[in-house]
Design a protein around this ligand. Sequence first.
Ligand SMILES: CC(C)(COP(=O)(O)OP(=O)(O)OC[C@H]1O[C@@H](n2cnc3c(N)ncnc32)[C@H](O)[C@@H]1OP(=O)(O)O)[C@@H](O)C(=O)NCCC(=O)NCCS
Length: 326
Amino acid sequence: MTIRARGLPLALVGITFRAARPEDLPGCGAIWRDSINDYLGRLNRPEIPDELGPIGRLHTHTQATDPDRFVVAVVPGEGGKRILAFGSAVERGRIWFLSMLFVRPEAQGQGLGRAILERLLPAPTFDGVLATAIDSLQPISTALYARYGIVPRMPIIDLRGEVDRPDAFADLPDGVVAIPFESIADGPPASPGHRALAEQVDALDRELLGAEHPQDHRFLRTEHRRGFLYRGAGGAVLGYGYAGEVGRIGPIAVRDAALLEPVAGHLIATVPSRGARAIWVPGAAPGLMPTLLAAGLRIDEFPLLVCWDRPFADFSRYVPISPGLL
Ligand SMILES: CC(C)(COP(=O)(O)OP(=O)(O)OC[C@H]1O[C@@H](n2cnc3c(N)ncnc32)[C@H](O)[C@@H]1OP(=O)(O)O)[C@@H](O)C(=O)NCCC(=O)NCCS
């Protein structure tokens, strides 16, 4: 679809919107980096590292699961069409989540972000939750999403660093055992072990996040994050947690909020890391941040804000995957 001139800024005339193709994704990664660096530069903050591997893998995942909800805006340019902006949303059950919306710096503030958002939003008959995560210092995105009722509700803070005081974490309570996912689901993908694990994990996600998202759990495994299921003395499923070999902790889902810190401690103690640890800590989980700080992690960046139009997840018991994928 091409924007018509009438009633729209002249700057947008000739821009075409279409579903992204896999070959567009490296260009989207570059827009993500350039627009964030432009924003950080204006705040006198250091640029993000020039490493597009993780964001590229996230884009590949969301484009594969939600191809109609990954949209690029292209404009004719030298040597072919040039991508000016892109946006990506995922639907998981009753949750619509805006994963990405980025416009090249020189094209911002002219209605392009809104035009893409309009193409990503569900039909007006949609009866679920609209949610996203934003930079806390970014008024444009805050205002843009708030116009659709998606308003900032909760900070999430990226805590990072070396754990030099592991005894800051309480041990798992007596009788609670951590079972590696691979020892439950050790057969082929359709085996009973896989099905049993998937059912338990999906039930936790429905209860704590508000929707199951098995496709994202498959993605986590391709990202080499190791998963553990936590069971109580009687065998009851109490939660799950992941940690990756490059240091990322999460997601974590626990039925009892008091388990969040011991589970984080267990993951850190059990899964070796090649790099610094990092975890997105929800403001609604008040016990987790003091413990992680006491263990040695630090705050380097401004908080992000999770926004939604109606309540859905229980973030006192759920640590998300990232700001781009709940
Ligand atoms: C955020 C971003 C995607 C928005 O896209 P955009 O094309 O620049 O935005 P648009 O021009 O479509 O819309 C901006 C809206 O915010 C409003 N706005 C801008 N600054 C505002 C402010 N300080 N207070 C209130 N509203 C404001 C504009 O008036 C406009 O609303 P309107 O259409 O009702 O007039 C884009 O600016 C961007 O990529 N920024 C850099 C990267 C980034 O920070 N991304 C978001 C991370 S959360």
